[in-house]
Design a protein around this ligand. Sequence first.
Ligand SMILES: Nc1nc2c(ncn2[C@@H]2O[C@H](COP(=O)(O)OP(=O)(O)OP(=O)(O)O)[C@@H](O)[C@H]2O)c(=O)[nH]1
Length: 338
Amino acid sequence: MRGGWADRQAGRQAGRQGQGSICSIGQYRQEEWLMSNRASLFTTVFAGDSVNLDQDVEEDIKSYIKRSANRKAAVNKNSVVCRGQSCKLIMKDDRNSSQSGPLRVAVIGASEVGKSALTVRYLTKRFIGEYRSDTDMLYKCVLQVDGAPQSVEIMDTWASCDQSSDAHLQWAEAFVVVYAITDKQSYTWAANTVQELSERRSSASVLMLGNKSDLGHLREVEEVEARTLALTHAARFSEVSTAESCTTVSQVLDNFLKEVKSQRNGNQSGGSPKLRKISVTKMLGSLIGRNSPPPTPMTHLIILDKEERNKLQAPLRRLCRPCLRPAHSLPCSPHTAV
Ligand SMILES: Nc1nc2c(ncn2[C@@H]2O[C@H](COP(=O)(O)OP(=O)(O)OP(=O)(O)O)[C@@H](O)[C@H]2O)c(=O)[nH]1
């Protein structure tokens, strides 16, 4: 198994000292990314066509920010020109204005733990055994969350994609950290990642999922150990079998999205940040589905056009509209892939 996220972070950080975390931005269009420098956090939104950021441009932006004695002025001016390309700067405090956008959830975990199976199970209610897995997949959809339609983006990440994990960390506001109960190493990976998230993204919502619970006879990770670890880091926890139970997967993820949404709303209305201590009773109640709403069906899939998809690091998985199976792994002829 490859090293954990934390290891990869350390490697990358050593490799680009002083560059901040902006290096992935060029691959995205009209997307918001956090750019960290010593003084502050900025959200950089690129207007118009995509900007291929290289290190020089990154330095241009940094020095522009540095030169701006009055950062408010920079915000009011609302733009900065970097090598002829126009970028829009928004101060950290203005980030709430972008919080009406989609809920962004990254599904992360070691290889072969069932991230793709889980994501597709949740979105389509189907279990599909084998997936092409050589890239991240981004699903954009509208789901019923807490009784109302909510735009949601779910990134099914590719465990081996070393280049993108820092980007995932910045991109998502919520994380589903998956391990397989039959694979101790995948649990170690997940445990390190949950710890790292609690340090680097303490306001993010985290759900730790032990998948493949149908393989109890091959169990290598005790439920109580994982549950305790999750509690320590104020993460939600559940064991599921993506293969066997669609209902459990739906309930757990529905409840999680509901919490993510209410946390966002709480933050927007000036509420207190996420509580680090949670009620075990409440958590258990939500996990066993008491008072939880029935699973909510996917209502709509938004497909990016080819050009936009090429600009995303994570292309949308193509789904066959009539049966909602991923078209690349199951060509549903005569259905037409959308
Ligand atoms: N028994 C069992 N097998 C599962 C379950 N979920 C997924 N699998 C199987 O586990 C294997 C890996 O599933 P994937 O969804 O491709 O795993 P992944 O984490 O996306 O893998 P990468 O793309 O390599 O990161 C596949 O053979 C799935 O059929 C489950 O709940 N139970």
